[in-house]
Ligand binder design. Structure first.
Ligand SMILES: *Cc1c(COP(=O)(O)O)cnc(C)c1O
Length: 370
């Protein structure tokens, strides 16, 4: 007995956790800060925590009403119909539902390189293949229609990440429209807006709905998540926003009860707690500014809750930072062996990350030049 041929498949490499690192180094977890997984430095909304506690006694029931309530609230928030909201187990769950709805065996998707690993993983789970378009480091990971269209070869789905992980770059709605217009009618352009709340650009929902002077279209979908700005990464809650034309496919591809009772109730509370999201965005903006100004290395401009830093050699620098108690993301697995990604922390955490990194860079340059 064997699983099917999984030799093309790779395991997802998540950012490292405090418990894991502390245990490995035989240290007290309290000595560490984790700035490796783009989580919310302020934690979840207190209203969401209360909602989880209040909902705890109801978890013996299936989350039918909660699911409908949250779907309705999200539909209101974006002014779309409830059917256009595809609730899922995290943004990753949205990617799976889109794969299920779109891909026939052997279909190919087009993804950015460097980029988010789960796009390709999900396509392969659904018996699809993966092609890549390059985002060039020399061009500061600029995203434009030409780059994507040059690589396009009739793929069934194209993933755009805006803001992009790990670089923080964005793509304009005009460019998304151009890509959608110049590709086949049955090529779906998925705009992953996992970090959308941190960016000053409009959601690509504008294109789907034909708002702000754009013509409405049925070949764009948007991904959103509660993991980042809403601070609910541990609950696994995300959603897709899709065109009304094929929104009913959800009923045929979704897992019965795509999101849990606790996730739905917390999501509802978090959605209403606008103050928490505003404070989160302010914290992120301050941290981005601090890191950009104070780090003694090139920091790419970022519209996300993280920055990408050119440190020369990522692995030894990330290891030294970890040793000093600051866990960051070594971007070697993204194909960027010279870069680390640092999540925006609280003011104190961010300051510590900057000082730690600068000390390490200085020590390395002294060794290197002596
Ligand atoms: C974090 C992230 C997601 C979604 O994560 P979930 O926790 O599954 O919601 C999607 N895309 C990108 C690029 C991300 O960084």
């Amino acid at each position: 007995m064997h699983p099917r041929d999984l030799s093309d498949h790779v395991a997802y490499q998540a950012g490292r956790g405090i418990e894991e690192v502390a245990r490995e180094l035989g240290r007290d977890p309290a000595e560490f800060v984790k700035l490796a997984s783009n989580e919310n430095a302020l934690g979840p909304s207190p209203a969401a925590v209360e909602a989880i506690e209040a909902a705890a006694h109801g978890v013996s029931s299936y989350p039918k009403a909660a699911h409908a309530d949250l779907t309705g609230a999200i539909a209101d928030r974006w002014d779309v119909t409830a059917s256009q909201v595809w609730l899922a187990n995290g943004g990753d769950g949205v990617i799976d539902y889109l794969s299920r709805a779109m891909l026939e065996p052997g279909d190919t998707i087009l993804v950015p390189s460097p980029g988010f690993a789960y796009y390709g993983m999900s396509a392969r789970f659904h018996h699809g293949d993966v092609a890549e378009y390059p985002l060039e480091r020399e061009a500061d990971f600029a995203q434009d229609a030409e780059t994507v269209l040059e690589a396009y070869d009739g793929e069934r789905m194209i993933y755009l990440t805006s803001p992009h992980n790990p670089s923080g770059s964005t793509i304009s709605l005009e460019a998304v429209e151009q890509i959608a217009s110049k590709t086949a009618d049955d090529t779906l352009v998925v705009v992953d807006e996992a970090y959308g709340e941190f960016a000053e650009i409009d959601s690509a929902l504008t294109l789907i709905e034909g708002r702000a002077g754009f013509e409405a279209r049925d070949d764009v979908a948007v991904l959103r998540t509660f993991s980042k700005a809403y601070g609910l990464a541990g609950l696994r809650l995300g959603y897709g926003l899709v065109p009304e034309e094929w929104a009913d496919a959800y009923a045929r591809v979704n897992t019965p009860f795509a999101a849990s009772e606790l996730a739905c109730r917390a999501g509802l509370a978090a959605l209403e707690d606008e103050t928490h999201v505003e404070r989160t965005v302010e914290t992120v903006e301050a941290a981005r500014e601090t890191m950009t100004e104070a780090i003694d290395a090139h920091v790419w401009p970022s519209a996300g809750n993280f920055v990408l830093v050119d440190v020369g050699e990522a692995t030894p620098v990330a290891e030294a930072m970890q040793e000093a108690g600051v866990i960051v993301r070594d971007c070697t697995s993204f194909g960027l062996p010279g870069c680390i990604r640092i999540t925006c922390g609280t003011a104190t955490e961010t300051q510590r990350a900057v000082e730690t990194l600068n000390e390490i860079l200085e020590a390395r340059s002294e060794v290197g030049t002596s």
